[in-house]
Design a binder for this molecule. Structure first.
Ligand code: PEP
Ligand code: MN
Length: 348
């Protein structure tokens, strides 16, 4: 069961709730978000109806929701209204306007990033993506520029009116990445790195949680629950494809995850057709499909010269491919009552 406290409820009211939970020999999991506090009640209660009535009557309690699932706070029962995750003024996930994250797989140099940032901003992206810490299958492959890459991201984003979303690989780097980024990406390989999930859960920056390479939707929601339960209620899910037996694509992009998630969770969901397919030519049709299926945005890899990219060149769009994608996306977005972001440079 979860107990949702009213906004601005007092510490004393919260104490009364946790005291009642303790007296019933149940465990309380308190999660203080920016807007409100929610308390997860863990353990088997004998008489659920009496319990529900008891908690509902306490001062400061807005609602009590009986849930027996292993994820509660991120579930539809936990919150009926769909969450809107605001990255900064004018840039959010889950509203009518789509969130479009675009940029190279890896930050490679000032010139590469500036060209990509200017190009994607002009075409209508509102967040700049790019890895400064790269999760590479081989330890000998390019691992990213680290803090230098974060600085380049911040500079290029600021010059082009974009927000920054970038991956944090290691719980020890959360503080560092928070200094430069607006949104923390948790990569597919780290979806069940529970230490990292808890650490990002304590950060005050929105999180972009990618689906694990072989994760079920339920496991993914439980990972989101970790971040949420640790106090960070600004979580966006990103479908990026799962492992399959077929070799035509790098991963199998699960577009059906979008409507499935919309039925299960209030969190915004975006689609990454780049890692989801691994094939440049498939990025456009899968972007259109993702938005048509109800995604709240996209994450697309764009490189000024994909042939020279230090990672993920074969799936990267050129700046002009990306501009084409955005113009093809406009009528699809309109058909599902969404709109594209206003180009960042136009609003400055
Ligand atoms: C990325 O976005 O660059 C990335 C590494 O993605 P994923 O974690 O989905 O493989
Ligand atoms: Mn990549």
């Amino acid at each position: 069961m979860i107990i949702v406290m009213r906004p601005h409820s007092s510490d004393a009211e919260l104490d009364a709730v946790t005291a009642l939970i303790a007296s019933l020999k149940l465990a309380a999991h308190v999660s203080k978000g920016q807007e409100r506090t929610v308390v997860g009640v863990v353990g088997a209660a004998d008489d659920k109806d009496t319990l529900l009535a008891q908690f509902s009557q306490l001062d400061g309690v807005e609602s009590v929701v009986p849930i027996s699932r292993s994820y509660k706070l991120v579930s539809k029962e936990g919150r009926q209204a769909r969450s809107v995750v605001q990255v900064r003024e004018g840039i959010s996930f889950g509203g009518r306007t789509l969130a479009i994250c675009a940029g190279p797989c890896s930050v490679e140099s000032r010139e590469q990033l500036e060209t990509a940032a200017a190009g994607v901003a002009r075409a209508g992206a509102n967040l700049l993506r790019g890895g400064a810490f790269k999760p590479r299958t081989s330890p000998y492959a390019f691992q990213g520029l680290g803090e230098e890459g974060l600085k380049l991201l911040r500079d290029a984003a600021d010059r082009n009116g974009l927000a920054v979303v970038t991956e944090v690989l290691d719980p020890r780097d959360v503080e560092l990445v928070v200094r430069y980024a607006d949104m923390l990406q948790i990569g597919a390989r780290n979806m069940q790195n529970f230490t990292l999930l808890r650490e990002v859960g304590q950060a005050r920056h929105p999180a972009l949680l990618k689906r694990g390479i072989a994760a079920t939707i339920e496991e993914w929601l439980m990972a989101a629950e970790y971040v949420f339960a640790a106090g960070n209620h600004q979580v966006v899910l990103c479908e990026r494809g799962i492992r399959s037996y077929d070799t035509q694509t790098r991963n199998l992009l699960d577009i059906s995850a979008v409507p499935v998630l919309r039925a299960l969770t209030h969190l915004p969901v975006i689609v990454d057709p780049s890692h989801g397919t691994g094939v440049r030519a498939l990025v456009l049709p899968m972007s259109l499909a993702g938005v048509a299926a109800g995604a709240d945005g996209l994450l697309v890899e764009v490189h000024p010269n994909p042939a020279a990219a230090r990672s993920d060149g074969p799936q990267s769009l050129t700046v002009s491919n990306f501009a084409d994608l955005m113009s093809r996306l406009a009528p699809v977005a309109a058909a599902v009552e969404r709109s594209l972001p206003t180009p960042a440079l136009a609003v400055r």
